[in-house]
Design a protein around this ligand. Sequence first.
Ligand code: C5P
Length: 285
Amino acid sequence: MLDSPAKINLTLRVLGRRPDGYHDLDTWFQEVSLCDRIEFRPATQFSVAFGGTYSNVPEDNLVSRASRILAGHLQIQLSGKVFVHKEIPLGGGLGGGSSNAAATLLGLSRLWGAAIDPDSLNGLAAALGSDCPFFLRGGLARGTGRGEVLEAKTGAVAGTILLVIPPFGVSTARAFEKAQFHLTSNDKNAILGSCANSFDEAQVYPRALFNDLEPAVFAEYPELQTIRDRLVRTGAVESLLSGSGSTVFGIFENVRDAQAAASKFEPPLRTHICRGIARHRGFDS
Ligand code: C5P
């Protein structure tokens, strides 16, 4: 059984569009304690099944794709029974699919007793999703490139995190397509320099969160801006759209304040109180 945690982005700068259609980013990923759980059991016949709050996962999902790509790389027959207990919403900007894919690479290589070097594992993860390599190590990390070039950081963001989860998802591809960036290379260097130090020794409350995907996503879904404004009004130290959304998070000084704020949001919005987690797994350590 492996935990497969969600993430939030504490910062997200979109630096520009690349020739391969992706965007160069500068982002700080923070794993949080909202987790899916994945069981890997031996079985001759290979199967993947989903249960839990968000079990409505499409047929072509990242767990199945990660399993196939790993078996292909190792040149072995697919086997085993994979069961994913899903508590991370789909299309919520919380990286659930990528996290599940990373956990599947780790869990199945263990189940199959297969040794795989860290570079190959990273390569497989990057092929599955831009934020998938982050979940191989977890914790707090700065991501550049399309998100897959990682600098691991110690510690975790302080405070209690309240996730406000709308009943719909946002397309990541569309959010990037509509993102505004008018940066010169001088601007980019200045941003890269300033982001580098943002959350070192992250046991402090962040007060400089930003997400370049917010303006385009808020323009299309004004209700997400309303959630962010309400989080600030109810005492969040900071509040931001996570990744491309639709989840909006607030960081509070303590659990009591987060609970008081959570009680202000009603269905169909869901809330989840969690915290940032420090690096907890390392395939290469
Ligand atoms: O890498 P992933 O499959 O998670 O990305 C989903 C979509 O989000 C990509 O197809 C691309 O349109 C967009 N994206 C991007 N730049 C990134 C990451 C994602 O344009 N750095």
